[in-house]
Design a protein around this ligand. Structure first.
Ligand code: NOJ
Ligand code: CA
Length: 535
């Protein structure tokens, strides 16, 4: 495998660095078919190196009929042809390593595509070789599904589909074309050990694991209890608590097995989980005894409003629940959530800048989603261009295409994503207002703010590794100490205010015009201003 460059310090790339998520179909198209590809990512590595990121996570690149855009896998050990070849993946890993950037892939172990050879065989007959690789059950006597579990995409539907051919239901928590694997089958576990090693042997630095909390289900398939009035709104939306189809001891067993595989490599590979849970203790449990996930995504932050009190409560709750050895990871968006300049900032650049400073000031690894660095908002999708299966289910009222549109490199037609005249797979956004080229040499741009914040984290040890302590403030301000001497203060309101007890120098403000003034006792904050000071 390619040499991982050593930076000569005791830093750990995934704890001390900044990571960046790429949606491969939308980053850069090199062969003018309107679909981003792996050679395109390789071509844009210089941008990422210039930005200062330490690792990239690619949404699935493996073979897929694309019913759910890569999250329906038909072959775990090859590259989806529109994205490139295995050789392209190796070239990307190699070129990234030369720039000090690690490559993390997406692993989708909860389900496969219904076109995967395992499922084609499994559904062929009740005694097929792969029958037990998936979850098959008889209907209840009245013909209804085996239990009350609901579908994750559409909670009005069961997590089961009836198969006429063999007269049983199979389990699918997502699309019917994404049947759930049976993680009680030891052959499934062995197979995934091999898949992990296949990619690790090729220099892949780790995996982001799709719906990791749902991997192993209750063996007896017991019914879930209904949601309660004080449950998180996401749980209420689902209508039931995931007591039996999520967070099972068996999942932790699988994670310990995978972590042991990771630790056999030099440097050790890492596991990042899509831990879509809404209780701090559950989130913390995925770190195990430092023998499960290295990083467990915190969705509470993404699902919160852009207000001081709820955000502070989430970080305090997380800090209190996390075991000593664990390390948080935060992001403001991803391919399943509307972009933060839209969701949190409503198009107001001051709010979006404030949000970015907030993220970069937290204790934990920050993950950027491609386009975040230029403050890229959602792109409205006309009804006839909806491609996300969830967008189709909800008829455009809700869907994930708006946050998946092509990266905006330049203001030219095609946004630098594909040659002019090429129709991109999803529509272009407002590349004239938000693009890398226009922002690159402007010290007041969003891109400069992102790059400067990454550099500041690199420079100020306490901003990377210092502890988190809340500072008492007015209601609409959220401020905290990072270790000794660093203060992050965010005014999440329309009114100017100040934070008492701050001493140091302003190292960064979301306001590009704010000078690096000395603060002696009281830090003033303009509306929606976020500031980082250091001694
Ligand atoms: C979570 C992924 O992030 C999402 O995009 C996908 O649709 C579901 N899991 C199913 O794999
Ligand atoms: Ca292409």
């Amino acid at each position: 495998m390619p040499e991982m460059p050593a930076d000569g310090t005791a830093r750990t790339w995934w704890r001390d660095g900044v990571l960046y998520q790429i949606y491969p179909r939308s980053f850069m198209d090199t062969n003018a078919d309107g679909v981003g590809d792996l050679p395109g990512i390789t071509q844009r590595l210089d941008h990422l190196q210039w930005l200062g990121v330490d690792g990239i996570w690619l949404d699935p690149i493996t073979v897929s009929p694309n019913a759910d855009w890569g999250y329906d896998v038909a072959d775990y050990c090859d590259v989806d042809p529109p994205l490139g070849t295995l050789a392209d993946a190796e070239e990307l890993i190699d070129q990234a390593a030369r720039r000090g950037i690690r490559v993390i892939l997406d692993l989708v172990p909860n389900h496969t595509s219904d076109q995967h050879p395992w499922f084609l065989d499994s559904r062929s007959s009740r005694d097929a070789r792969y029958r037990d690789w998936y979850v098959w059950r008889d209907p209840k006597p009245d013909g209804s599904p085996p239990n009350n579990w609901v579908n994750a995409f559409d909670p009005s539907k069961p997590a089961w589909t009836f198969d006429d051919h063999t007269g049983q239901y199979f389990m699918n928590h997502f699309l019917p074309s994404q049947p759930d694997l049976n993680w009680w089958n030891p052959e499934v576990r062995d197979e995934f050990d091999r898949i992990l090693q296949f990619w690790f042997d090729r220099g892949v630095a780790g995996f982001r694991i799709d719906v990791v909390h749902m991997l192993v289900k209750d063996r007896d398939l017991r019914d879930n209890p209904p949601a309660q009035p004080d449950d998180h709104w996401f749980v209420r939306l689902r209508g039931q608590q995931q007591i039996y189809n999520a967070c099972q001891p068996g999942t932790h067993e699988v994670l310990r097995r995978w972590r042991a595989i990771c630790e056999k490599y030099d440097p050790p590979r890492i596991l990042i989980g899509e831990t879509h849970v809404h209780e701090y203790e559950l989130l913390a449990s995925f770190y195990g005894n430092d023998d499960e996930l290295n990083l467990a995504f915190n969705f509470l932050l993404i699902h919160a409003p852009f207000q001081a009190e709820p955000l502070r409560a989430i970080v305090e709750g997380t800090e209190a629940a996390m075991p000593e050895h664990s390390w948080p990871v935060y992001t403001l968006g991803n391919h399943d959530n509307t972009r933060f300049p839209t969701r949190w900032a409503g198009g107001d650049p001051a709010k979006a800048r404030c949000a970015l400073v907030l993220l970069m000031g937290l204790r934990g690894t920050p993950f950027l989603y491609y386009g975040d660095e230029i403050g890229m908002p959602d792109t409205p999708i006309p009804a006839d261009r909806i491609l996300d299966p969830v967008g189709i289910i909800f008829n455009g009222h809700y869907g994930r295409d708006p946050e998946r549109t092509p990266m905006q490199w330049t203001s030219a037609a095609g946004g630098g994503f594909a040659p002019t005249g090429v129709e991109p797979w999803l529509p272009y956004g407002d590349a004239a207002s938000y693009n890398v080229e226009a922002q690159r040499d402007d010290p007041t741009s969003f891109l400069s703010l992102t790059r400067d914040l990454i550099a500041l984290r690199d420079d100020v040890d306490a901003l990377r590794s210092g502890s988190y302590t809340t500072i008492a403030t007015d209601d609409n301000v959220w401020a905290w100490h990072r270790g000794n001497g660093v203060v992050v203060a965010c005014n999440l309101s329309d009114t100017a205010t100040s934070v008492r007890g701050v001493t140091g120098t302003i190292r960064m403000s979301s306001d590009p015009d704010r000078a690096h003034e000395v603060v002696a006792g009281s830090l003033t904050l303009a509306p929606w201003e976020a500031v980082i000071t250091a001694l």
